[in-house]
Design a protein around this ligand. Structure first.
Ligand SMILES: NC(=O)c1ccc[n+]([C@@H]2O[C@H](COP(=O)([O-])OP(=O)(O)OC[C@H]3O[C@@H](n4cnc5c(N)ncnc54)[C@H](OP(=O)(O)O)[C@@H]3O)[C@@H](O)[C@H]2O)c1
Length: 216
């Protein structure tokens, strides 16, 4: 598949691009508001991964050329970014990785979103696309660490069964990732919230903590 990573020049987008490049089997299109920034990020990922199938484009071109898109713009930027991509992302599966966070007093906390979650907000902003919540708990530093097994679960939430299965299969292309069906898109709010918890745990334990669902 051709994967677009919208806003892929930040640490999370580059981290996912790196892991998907290493996994092979998909072409990765890193999107940005600025083509030169996208190209620089793509070069970085090619160098780190040793895989060539990574390119940098403007967000709308990446969206247009993709078969599936992953959103890695900050939650607070979705309202400004997504309406312009409606046509390019029409009828496509779109993955929401966003966690609406504030860092008041230096402490990560979840910010309330009127739609219930960043993923549901993305769905409201992209009514003709099928939004799936996933990857919110995979930290950028762990993704970028190298080709080490992630050893983590990705909880996938969606209302559309086909899109959910598609993203679960995609998640499991990442080394050491198990995909877990987290139910409907409205459950994405709980997954997003776990990231605020993980960031607090990481700070206390000076580590890169992740999620594993047990007892399944
Ligand atoms: N960092 C993590 O460890 C982590 C973990 C889990 C989930 N996430 C989620 O992943 C997403 C990306 O995280 P990040 O840390 O990589 O974020 P980031 O660096 O703050 O932003 C990612 C990219 O989004 C674009 N962007 C920033 N502000 C924008 C705006 N106002 N309008 C349009 N585009 C804008 C920028 O790309 P250009 O300037 O090149 O356009 C930027 O490089 C976030 O939603 C975050 O909640 C992050």
């Amino acid at each position: 598949v051709k994967l677009a990573i919208i806003g892929g020049t930040g640490p999370e987008g580059k981290g996912l691009a790196y892991r998907f490049a290493v996994a092979g089997g998909q072409e990765v299109l890193i999107g940005s508001r600025n083509r030169a920034r996208a190209e620089a990020a793509a070069r970085e990922v090619v160098e780190r991964s040793g895989h060539e199938k990574v390119a940098g484009l403007e967000n709308d071109e990446a969206a247009q050329q993709s078969e599936l898109a992953i959103l890695t713009v900050p939650a607070s930027a979705q309202a400004d970014t997504l309406p312009a991509l409606r046509q390019a992302l029409r009828s496509k599966t779109v993955v929401s990785t966003a966690v609406p966070l504030s860092f008041r007093g230096g402490r990560p906390a979840v910010v309330a979103v009127a739609e219930g979650s960043a993923a549901e907000q993305a769905q409201a902003l992209l009514p003709r696309s099928t939004v799936v919540g996933a990857f919110q708990n995979l930290g950028a530093a762990k993704l970028w660490e190298g080709d080490t097994p992630m050893g983590q679960d990705v909880v996938v939430c969606a209302d559309d069964e086909h899109a959910k299965q598609q993203v679960m299969a995609l998640a499991e292309r990442l080394r050491g990732v198990r995909a877990v069906d987290g139910g409907p898109l409205s459950c994405a709010r709980y997954v997003e919230g776990i990231t605020a918890l993980l960031l607090n745990i990481n700070r206390r334990y000076k580590t890169l903590a992740g999620v594993r669902i047990v007892g399944m």
